[in-house]
Design a protein around this ligand. Sequence first.
Ligand SMILES: NC(=O)c1ccc[n+]([C@@H]2O[C@H](COP(=O)([O-])OP(=O)(O)OC[C@H]3O[C@@H](n4cnc5c(N)ncnc54)[C@H](O)[C@@H]3O)[C@@H](O)[C@H]2O)c1
Ligand SMILES: [Zn+2]
Length: 348
Amino acid sequence: MPSLHFTNQVDATLIKIIEGGSYNRVAVLVDGNTRQLVLPRVQSLANAHVIEMPAGDINKNLDSLAHVWEQLQLGGMTRHSLLVNLGGGVVTDLGGLAAATFKRGISFVNVPTTLLGAVDAAVGGKTGINFGGLKNEIGVFASAAAVVVSTCFFSTLPQQELMSGFAEMLKHAMLDSESQVEKILGVDLNDIDCDLLLSMLQESLNVKMRIVHQDPTEHGIRKALNLGHTVGHAFESKAMNEGAPIPHGYAVAWGLVVEAVLSHMLLGFSSEMLYRLASFVKSNYGAFYITCDHYDELINLMRHDKKTIDGEINCTLLSTCGNPIINNTITTDNIKAALDIYRDLMGI
Ligand SMILES: NC(=O)c1ccc[n+]([C@@H]2O[C@H](COP(=O)([O-])OP(=O)(O)OC[C@H]3O[C@@H](n4cnc5c(N)ncnc54)[C@H](O)[C@@H]3O)[C@@H](O)[C@H]2O)c1
Ligand SMILES: [Zn+2]
């Protein structure tokens, strides 16, 4: 497990990590945006060998991976060198895989610069690239030597990216307790305080780490972290197929509402909490527009989700906030009823 640092003193923390590891060379992986907006703010990496990949999930591919390997070679990196991944989930996923495979594995440190990266992608040991038209098809589990979580880079992040990451924090809160959910529902997303966000991020990551620690390679309880994602991925794929992609976190927020409806129907999840959750999501994320004509398409997408076994729709649900139940099999009638209620709750 990596050492996790929650700090807005990124330089001082990185200097300690770099000196403590006695690395012979340091490289930093950035994308076009983090090279311009973030790297100049990190003095401790001023002498690092800079490797740039193009921004965006579409570039989380084999070409970019080969480019990073090549640059690691050109920069003279050895097994005693360090790669710092300075960026969002694309950079930490690809950089983690590059480091884990270069010379059979060199150390890497993740410095997430998006909220989604900080709350999810940079922590938990999953690395990977997209391949053959499939997301995260090639990758390994590899733990960063350290993860430096800071909110100081979020000032340049588009509001939509911030909201997208916040949905994963809502998910973690739902997996943790009612009191964590209350905290999240009380946040004004248009006016987020950086110090408050840093402390909330720490609580949120504790939830993820507690679960990952029990099941690092996702054979059991780690599936709880898929809450909201069975339905969310179907919304995301539908939007993608229509050429109008939606941010991942928005899909998760809407997926959380549908899966909370299923939790209410099948496991007695509180209706009061369901209404409050739906109203928070509706006022901050709007709604994903669907009619009953889209149900079959969505069900089909859920059946083809990577986590599905034998074509049965499989979901993590909650009996209460803090009590996830994994591996619920959902019938098509249940999904249709839940989507009906989702449309009612969202006023569509
Ligand atoms: N490994 C995991 O467990 C895990 C979990 C969730 C998501 N992911 C992966 O993470 C990726 C999504 O992560 P993401 O949302 O961070 O995407 P991203 O890395 O593409 O970042 C989103 C955009 O923000 C830009 N950006 C980054 N930091 C910035 C900053 N401080 N200011 C301004 N712009 C900035 C990026 O250049 C990019 O254009 C996907 O590839 C997904 O598969 C991995
Ligand atoms: Zn997610």
